[in-house]
Ligand binder design. Structure first.
Ligand code: HEC
Length: 495
């Protein structure tokens, strides 16, 4: 399977990651906006509370003043603190009662100033009666009061702001509203040219906001904490969802890749089998041609042959049939392997004995070609395997070596104990295997049957079967060879 086809079945989850990061970002923004909204509401609440407080002070003063105005001012005894108002220019400002007590007329502004003094002493609340155009210079507007008074001219009916100059716990809230000239005021203010409805000035109220701001700070901190918790759990949920989706995609990708791989290997093995059948059919055909031809000769002309000629023909017939039989045997073996019908019967096998027994079977064949077979096997080495199958593999390898080793050659069988496996190798110094055959030697369907050095037949199936048998044992099977220098077949079987 190449990389291209892999990406075909792999669902990309970097896109999902982008989606999840966007969701997380949106979630964070949403929470952020909601928190800001909440903080804004908290601040508005604080402001409306303190505003109501300031307003009610203001109203109370205005009402008291109006009461005073309605009476045209109020007479009070003259004391050290309450001296006659030098700015009050009305007849009968100062009077003396029949018993000699001195009284002076208190105009509303004077009263306001005195109340302001008491309010400040008692409750830290400050009033200031003021005007852009004061009769009494000390009533002059401060900077922000001027700002407010100018705003009233522009038809604003109240003005408020935080006095931000002080630290949070000493902060003040400032409120100001205009003082409108009403009929009772004209008694004293008409002479300055004021008419009813004019703005005479205003009263500013400063309310200490430290406590309220501390409460607000707490509320805001609580809001932040609450939203942080909501954000955290929401994000956790999102992350978990992402985790599951990603895992899901991962396992789906894995499954897809496996399916794809299975499909690929199925396709190759189908192709291999198709090819294999055509090769087998071809292999079967040539011995049959021989058998048919030879039997034809005998049927047609048996009376013209002498017994030794007949023997010769029948011998050839026998060889052909033998080859057919061998091929069929291999074929059956292979098909049983393929269908999983072969069950391994694992036993402990003394390897030295097994090698000797199987080598003995080839003694005469080897002798004919003057081939010497050496075995190099430790005495008490045991191997756990299926005895029949292991013998079959050994026979196949030895027979192979005998076939492809010329007269006078050598074959060495070596068994050794490796880490966790047993290594068996059959090595010869024969004609070797050309690279183009090596590359396809274990492929079903490749026609590789070659003749041995003396024209010995081979089916080309034997090695494939050996490899599969070894693999069925959980082992590995390999070959190295150099043309003209021989070949070495090696297999490893786990202990
Ligand atoms: C009895 C006379 C009298 C009456 C009634 C009166 N005022 Fe005054 N007002 C004065 C005098 C005198 C001052 C000057 C300074 C002071 O006493 O602080 C003054 C000052 C003020 C000031 C402060 C600014 C400044 O010029 O120094 C305002 C504002 C004001 N009056 C508004 C009003 C309004 C509004 C009414 C009606 C509800 C009213 N007054 C009724 C006598 C009066």
């Amino acid at each position: 399977m190449n990389d291209n086809s892999l990406t075909l079945v792999k669902q990309d989850y970097s896109k999902i990651r982008v989606i999840f990061i966007s969701i997380l970002a949106l979630w964070t923004i949403l929470i952020g906006v909601m928190l800001l909204w909440e903080i804004n509401i908290d601040k508005k609440n604080t402001r409306s509370i303190i505003m109501a407080q300031a307003k009610s002070f203001y109203k109370q003063i205005v009402i008291t003043r109006l009461w005073s105005s309605v009476h045209g001012g109020v007479y009070v005894p003259v004391t050290e603190i309450t001296q006659p108002n030098p700015y009050l220019d009305v007849p009968k400002r100062d009077v003396t009662t029949t018993d000699g007590t001195k009284l002076t007329l208190i105009n509303p502004a004077y009263m306001t100033r005195q109340i302001a003094e008491i309010a400040f002493e008692k409750g830290d609340i400050r009033f200031h009666i003021t005007s852009l155009n004061p009769i009494r210079p000390a009533n002059k507007a401060e900077e922000w009061e001027r700002k407010a008074l100018s705003a009233f001219k522009g038809k604003m009916d109240e003005f408020s702001e935080w006095d931000k100059e002080k630290p949070a716990d000493k902060q003040y809230f400032r409120y100001m509203a205009p003082l409108i000239v009403e009929t009772p005021c004209l008694k004293c203010h008409a002479k300055q040219g004021y008419k009813e409805g004019d703005i005479r000035g205003g009263i500013s109220v400063s309310v200490p906001a430290g406590d309220l701001l501390a409460v607000q700070k707490n509320t805001i901190l609580n809001s932040i904490l609450g939203y942080l918790i909501i954000w955290f759990f929401g994000s956790l949920g999102i992350a978990t969802a992402f985790y599951f989706v990603r895992n899901d995609i991962r396992s789906r990708n894995k499954l897809n890749a496996e399916l794809y791989e299975t499909k690929g290997s199925l396709e190759t093995s189908m192709k291999e089998k198709d090819k294999f059948f055509s090769v087998i059919a071809h292999d079967l055909k040539s011995p049959f041609t021989g058998v048919l031809g030879l039997s034809q000769i005998i049927t047609d002309d048996i009376e013209n042959f002498n017994p030794s000629e007949i023997k010769n023909i029948v011998e050839k017939l026998h060889t052909s049939i033998g080859r057919l039989f061998k091929l069929l045997e291999n074929l059956l073996e292979w098909s049983r392997l393929q269908r999983g019908l072969i069950k391994l019967e694992l036993v402990k096998i003394p390897v030295k004995k097994l090698v000797e027994e199987n080598t003995a079977l080839f003694a005469s064949k080897a002798e004919l070609k003057n081939i010497r077979i050496f075995s190099n096997v430790p005495d008490d080495l045991e191997i756990v395997a299926d005895k029949q199958i292991l013998s079959l593999v050994l026979r196949n390898l030895i027979s192979n070596s005998v076939k492809f080793t010329p007269n006078g050659g050598e074959i060495t069988i070596t068994v050794s104990d490796e880490n966790k496996q047993t290594r068996v190798s059959v090595k010869d110094n024969g004609i070797g295997i050309p690279p183009e055959i090596i590359s396809v030697i274990f492929k079903v369907g490749e026609k590789i049957s070659r003749l041995g050095t003396e024209g010995e037949e081979s089916t080309g199936l034997g090695l494939i079967i050996c490899k599969e048998f070894i693999e069925k044992h959980g082992g590995t099977f390999s070959v190295i060879s150099e043309t003209g220098k021989g070949a070495e077949f090696t297999f490893l079987i786990p202990k």
